[in-house]
Ligand binder design. Sequence first.
Ligand code: ASP
Ligand code: MG
Length: 410
Amino acid sequence: MALIVQKYGGTSVGTIERIRNVARRAIKTKEQGHSVIVVVSAMAGETDRLIGLAQQITDLPDEREYDVLVSTGEQVSVALLAITLHSMGNSAVSFLGHQIKIQTDSAFSKARILNIDSERIMNSLDHGTIVIVAGFQGVDEDNNITTLGRGGSDTTAVAVAAALNADVCEIYTDVDGVYTTDPNICSDARKLEKISYDEMLEMASLGAKVLQIRSVELAKKYNVSIHVRSSLSDNTGTIVTKEDEEMEKVMVSGVTYNQNEAKITILRVPDKPGVASKIFTPITEANINVDMIIQNTSTDGYADLTFTVPKADFKKALGIVQKTAKELNAVDVLSDPNIAKVSIVGAGMRSHAGVASKMFTVLANVGVNIMMISTSEIKISCVIDAKFTELAVRVLHETFELSKSDVSQE
Ligand code: ASP
Ligand code: MG
């Protein structure tokens, strides 16, 4: 008998009929002899609707009240699921964050879980009850309601799994696993059987939207195995777990892309101490996250500096940089919102040489110019013209033999 945490996203609980489907799955798991904890998100679209209501009043709602508001979506879905389970003749109980002391810090709308009191959950499980936990929410030290950031129910599920030492944390979603790339671009993208925490972290931060990044960080820290799978089929999905030898043999596990960034270049800034700090401090103070940065070496005491920011903050960042550029007597500020970041990710890169040059060569062969490059131990990212995104993803997917046909040939 195992302890299984199942998390269902908004689409999986989007209608009463779908909630019935979730209930049937939980019951089936229970009938196989397991203890079941179900974590649910708000019904699809509900959190957006709540945010929209606040925005009709003000752009800057009070942070505490914002969390009181947006956490209500999950109160509805946990109750509906409990009622459904009862109607099917099962024992079930719902808990909100404060009822099982999902204690977080006080960073409203992006709180971090510090602790979960597992006692009340254990008691219910011991009585054979299916426990339903509201995702996305917690309470701080002073009993204020907090929320964990968009997509935060994933993190609730992993935290509950860690606190109760569950055997597995199943994340049910509308795709049936983690793919080698976006199947909308490559029709022969393949579902991965297994992926390491680090690879998943890179994939998630590079644009794959399957799991909230924080949930993967937490899973890695507490060694919780995550099974990403579809709520509409019985197929096995993708297991996110500790790196093993098999994973290390594969050079590249996935290709991701992100078109949500824009590029800014400052031409000819003095190459001396303090300049980068002058440029980036006001950007950071405006709460804008800078991603890639490159600065070329100067020969005559001047350098060009290029970096990327989220497209949503592009105008704001550009305004700030233009001001700084004047102060620094820079020659000009150039910008380009039509860029894409295409990346390859793979644990095997640690031990294989030549992956980067292979990537650059295939992009060159199809005439794609690389504007910026950044690397980590297990990923290589290139910024290119956005209009070449699909082409780049396809050739990389093919070059690194990620498609279905490549596997079946083995
Ligand atoms: N309901 C929240 C959101 O829409 C949390 C979640 O779905 O995981 O972001
Ligand atoms: Mg989600």
